[in-house]
Design a protein around this ligand. Structure first.
Ligand code: RP5
Length: 173
């Protein structure tokens, strides 16, 4: 029996890695097990299909797929693996990632991909953690702590703004 993992992070090219690493980093912080792989349904279709099938056996719970341009990777995995798939549209030089966004979000009825913002790899990992947290109190507690830290940060910033005024605040940014 192959090793089980909670999350698979997949991407179409190593050029996606500088963005997709943010998803890995967040899962590291949450203590969630994952695997990160470069796979392409266009350039390595056999390998991609084989990996999709292996994920079913390994009881993966969520897939995060990043791709740019004609970004079919998350959609094909959503078609093949019966778990939530979160798509990360990668920014592109030619069309600024709108091509990736439309490719990922405009799935046919029956095969959804939960799509985050262009380059939104961290949000993809937060969403994956939220899905896992529904049945895992430890993960849910860590997520609540993370969201509490966001709240504290905003309150602290506002306190500083009130104290300094906007001009001095901007200077110290
Ligand atoms: C997609 O094509 C990848 O996800 C990547 O975003 C894009 C460009 O790939 P490279 O030409 O940089 O390898 O499959």
């Amino acid at each position: 029996m192959k090793e089980e993992i909670d999350v698979a992070i997949i991407m179409g090219s190593d050029s996606d890695l500088p963005i997709m690493k943010d998803a890995a980093k967040f899962l590291d912080d949450m203590g969630i097990s994952y695997e990160i792989k470069i796979l392409s349904v266009h350039r390595t279709p056999e390998k991609a299909f084989e990996y999709a099938n292996s994920l079913k056996e390994r009881k993966v719970k969520v897939i995060i797929g990043g791709a740019g341009g004609a970004a079919h990777l998350p959609g094909v995995f959503a078609a093949m693996v019966p778990v939530p798939v979160i798509g990360v549209p990668i920014h592109t030089k030619t069309l600024s990632g709108v091509d990736s966004l439309y490719s990922i979000v405009q799935m046919p009825s029956g095969i959804p991909v939960a799509t985050v913002a262009i380059n939104g790899a961290k949000n993809a990992a937060i969403l994956a953690s939220t899905i896992l947290g529904v049945s895992n109190d430890t993960i849910q507690k860590k997520l609540c702590d993370y969201k509490a830290s966001l709240k504290t940060a905003v309150i602290e910033k506002d306190n500083k703004l009130q104290e300094l005024g906007y001009e001095a605040y901007i200077k110290q940014m």
